[in-house]
Write a protein that binds this ligand. Structure first.
Ligand SMILES: NC(=O)c1ccc[n+]([C@@H]2O[C@H](COP(=O)([O-])OP(=O)(O)OC[C@H]3O[C@@H](n4cnc5c(N)ncnc54)[C@H](O)[C@@H]3O)[C@@H](O)[C@H]2O)c1
Length: 322
């Protein structure tokens, strides 16, 4: 039987490389598009075909048009929330226009391709409701990064309704794990790991009671693979094809720091600094829809995931010094 084919944009990055690994393991022929702006060649799985291209370019659109892929996992993005505040036009250029470049290629030349978009739960929902937030709570993105993700979700719902394109939005919590870098939404895990390795104190902004929903990268990759093949209801309005990918568990920065210190066997101190303006106090995602409709459930506990992540950073840093 001929294998299914997948395009992974951003496949040289942190989460995208895990998605590519899992798709290959599930038997997909995988092509990766990445401009290596934050991704690394070392993250690319050897069995994948790699095209170095920018998602805003005609070259990337041609890869989509010519590939006839069964699925496109779209992860390439400007991921730095603070950069989106400093330069919202750049953020929109990559995250909105780059996505439209790929979507138009699908609409015109590959309309059977299922699109799985990496959206955000952490930066999309406001603080209206008590966590955990379900997919239907009002959206109130704090920064241009979340605004762009929400805009793309509206476009995807439009492509579904009007053009019959099969689209899915996975709204991740704060994703952590091996290969992560400090700039993403769960950057604190990478920053703490590096500080523990260097024997330095961990800086906590505010009193450390603010919570996030930390989800392990391997679990996020598994959600992409399930979303690639599961039978879903007809596309509809915003939220119809959106799924929270988190754990439903709130973890405070203090608890995160203590768990990592245990994993590292470290006695590093916690240093408290003034809270950052505009930071949400609490965030967690209700994942019952993903469990019911995707058949997905997070499998890695925060303590096990942090220990694995710390081990990876230790090995990476040792290798980097060698
Ligand atoms: N890390 C998180 O906690 C988190 C949470 C919610 C959503 N997401 C989303 O998941 C996706 C992957 O994030 P990540 O944390 O792995 O970040 P990452 O920076 O490691 O991965 C992004 C990848 O996209 C590539 N890229 C960036 N701009 C590009 C462009 N114009 N053309 C082609 N490639 C480009 C980068 O080189 C990189 O390899 C993003 O869409 C991000 O918004 C991440």
């Amino acid at each position: 039987m001929e294998s299914k084919s997948a395009l992974v944009t951003g496949g040289a990055g942190f989460i995208g490389s895990h998605v590519a690994d899992r798709l290959l393991a599930a038997g997909y022929a995988v092509t990766i598009i990445d401009n290596l702006s934050s991704g690394r060649r070392e993250n690319l799985p050897a069995a994948a075909r790699f095209v170095e291209a920018d998602i805003t370019s005609p070259e990337a659109a041609a890869v989509v048009r010519d590939g006839g892929f069964d699925v496109m996992c779209h992860l390439a993005a400007q991921i730095d929330v603070r950069r989106s505040v400093e330069d919202p036009a750049f953020d929109a250029h990559v995250n909105i226009l780059g996505t439209l470049n790929l979507m138009e290629a699908i609409r015109t030349a590959s309309p059977h391709t299922r699109v799985i978009f990496s959206s955000t739960g952490g930066a999309l929902y406001g603080s209206f409701a008590e966590p955990p937030s379900g997919e239907l709570v009002p959206k109130d993105p704090e920064a241009p990064y979340g605004i762009a993700k929400l805009a793309v979700e509206y476009y995807l719902a439009y492509y579904g309704r009007v053009h019959g394109i099969d689209t899915v939005a996975l709204r991740y919590g704060n994703v952590y794990g091996p290969r992560q870098d400090p700039h993403g939404e769960a950057g604190v895990v990478a920053i703490f790991c590096n500080r523990l390795i260097d024997g330095r104190a961990l800086t906590v902004y505010g009193d450390g009671t603010q919570t996030r929903d930390y989800v392990y990268a391997g679990d996020v990759a598994a959600a992409n693979v399930l979303a690639a093949s599961v039978t879903l209801p007809e596309p509809g309005r915003l939220d119809a094809r959106a799924f929270n990918i988190g754990t439903g568990v709130e973890t405070s920065v203090n608890a995160l720091a203590e768990s990592l210190k245990r994993a590292a066997g470290s006695t590093s101190a916690l240093e408290y600094a003034p809270a950052r303006a505009g930071e949400l106090q609490r965030s967690a995602l209700d994942v019952s829809k993903s469990k019911g409709e995707l058949g997905w459930t997070p499998s890695v506990s925060i303590d096990d995931g942090l220990a694995e992540t710390f081990r990876w950073f230790s090995a990476f840093r040792a290798g980097a010094r060698a």
